[in-house]
Design a protein around this ligand. Structure first.
Ligand code: UD1
Ligand code: CA
Length: 460
């Protein structure tokens, strides 16, 4: 849309959040609120996007630094939504066409609705078009006042009469404006209201008096217009985002046993016939294949699970790649740069960091494997530890195919266990064990015959 410009308001303090973090940076389902708004803005391919910042402007700019095409305008001090929009004038002066105004704190608006807004606005040849919604609980929103069916003004909650407070049609704070009359009209807005602010909503009354056409787009979906002003609204909106994601996944063939307690972030991909138990959290760029089973209370971050992978209860998996048919947990901790091979098994209280465990290998109980390259069909016994850190640097451990590491072994890195080699239980291995050899590194056992009897005699 070449003659469409988007302005996003994000300068307010968000007092009701009672937070040191700017409101629009609070995450909604894992992503800053304003990122949701930007994603929607981009969907209509506008010519420019300008973000109005003020309160903690630097923090917001820094967080959005990845969006190189954004323009920023500073509103200082913050005197209300009309004053905020005025700050975009310099960036857009001389432009004609349509200005779409979005609020940084209304993250659920869909791309389809935004397109409908622009279409409705153009079709009506309106000077302004307002997105509105009929809601059960209008408290806190501006109300749409109509006369003879037409919108005539918007009144804020605090300035509304008792009768106006009964109106259930609310202002979403999202508008399309014709750029031609806009800047001049904004200058006509006063701050004579309960908050002493310059309200953008007053523009509707001004246009009505000037007989400039104002249109509305009334939404059926009440969720899309939800604004976030408090922590409680943040939680509600986040819940809606999660619910939508869960529904999408279920429609695509994923079993989610209890959607209410399943937290799956937006970018996560899950294949069909995968079963997700209650309390599972899937974050970031996680991809789960098909026919996997993820048991209760597992958190997976930025990881890839191939097909038919089982993750038993209470695992934390971060930055890990798990191949087909592997089984993880319960109570396993897989840390970044870990690879688990096809059909491999990781059992309880096992931690892997920057380690690859080859196909069919097992580490079933109580182990720490860090900076290790472990081949295929290796058995890592209970209590095995790679001592990879000497207090200053990390060192690698290599365990070749088919090796058998007896229980309670320390592998003091750098060290290599050759193909098919055995390490005796209880060994502290400081030197390489050649292929096919048995490495034993512990003191020999001695039995002192008759010791107990002698001890008893001394006591008596
Ligand atoms: C606003 C609307 C209200 C609407 C509601 C929808 C006005 C006067 N009221 O109320 O009719 O129902 O949104 O969610 O417009 N902002 C600035 N600079 C400022 C003040 C605010 O950039 O000086 C930004 C805020 O950061 C926020 C947005 O504008 O992103 C809305 O401001 P907020 O104070 O939350 O307005 P509401 O009281 O929710
Ligand atoms: Ca708001």
């Amino acid at each position: 849309m070449p003659d469409t410009h988007v302005v996003i308001l994000a300068a307010g303090q968000g007092t009701r959040m009672k937070s040191r973090l700017p409101k629009v940076l609070h995450p909604v389902a894992g992503r800053p609120m304003i990122e949701h708004v930007l994603r929607t803005a981009r969907s209509i391919a506008p010519a420019t996007i300008t973000v109005i910042v003020g309160h903690q402007a630097d923090a917001i700019r820094a967080r959005l630094a990845g969006h190189i095409d954004l323009r920023f305008a500073v509103q200082e001090p913050q005197l209300g939504t009309a004053h905020a929009l005025q700050q975009a004038e310099a960036a857009l002066s001389g432009r004609t066409g349509t200005l779409v105004m979005l609020s940084g704190d209304v993250p659920l608006l869909s791309s389809a609705t935004l397109r409908r807004l622009v279409e409705t606005h153009h079709a009506a040849g309106a000077a302004a078009t307002v997105i509105t919604a009929m809601v059960e609980r209008p408290y806190g929103y501006g109300r749409i006042v109509r006369a003879g069916g037409r919108i005539v003004r918007i009144v804020e909650e605090r300035d509304a009469s008792p009768a106006e407070r009964q109106i259930r049609e609310i202002n979403s704070g999202i508008y399309a404006f014709d750029l031609a009359p806009l800047w001049e009209a904004l200058r006509g807005i006063a701050s004579k209201n309960a908050q002493g602010e310059f309200y953008l909503t007053d523009l509707v009354g001004i246009y009505h008096r000037r007989k400039l056409p104002v249109e509305t787009l009334v939404l059926e979906s009440v969720h899309e217009t939800r604004g976030i002003n408090s922590r409680s609204e943040l939680a509600e909106v986040s819940r809606i985002v999660r619910q939508t994601k869960n529904e999408e996944l279920m429609a695509a063939g994923v079993t989610i046993i209890d959607p209410a307690t399943t937290y799956i972030e937006q970018d996560v991909v899950v294949g069909p016939d995968t079963v997700i138990h209650p309390g599972v959290i899937l974050e970031g760029q996680t991809k789960v294949g098909s026919a996997c089973e993820i048991h209760a209370h597992v958190r997976i971050v930025d990881s890839e699970l191939a097909d038919r992978v089982t993750v038993k209860n209470f695992c934390l998996i971060v930055g890990t790649h798990v191949a087909d048919g592997a089984s993880i947990g319960p109570f396993a901790h897989l840390r970044p740069e870990t690879m688990v091979g096809e059909g491999a098994r990781i059992g309880n209280f096992v931690e892997l960091k920057k380690t690859s465990l080859g196909p069919g290998s097992k580490a079933n109980h109580l182990a720490y494997l860090g900076d290790a390259t472990i081949g295929a069909q290796v058995n890592v016994g209970a209590g095995t530890i790679t001592c990879n850190y000497d207090g200053a640097r990390k060192h690698p451990t290599v365990i070749e195919d088919g090796a058998f590491i007896g229980s309670d072994t320390q592998l003091i890195a750098p060290v290599r266990i050759g193909k098919g080699a055995y390490v005796a239980a209880g060994s502290s291995i400081t030197e390489d064990v050649p292929a096919g050899a048995l490495g034993v590194a512990r003191s020999r056992q001695t039995n002192v015959e008759g010791w107990v009897e002698r001890k008893k005699a001394v006591k008596a």
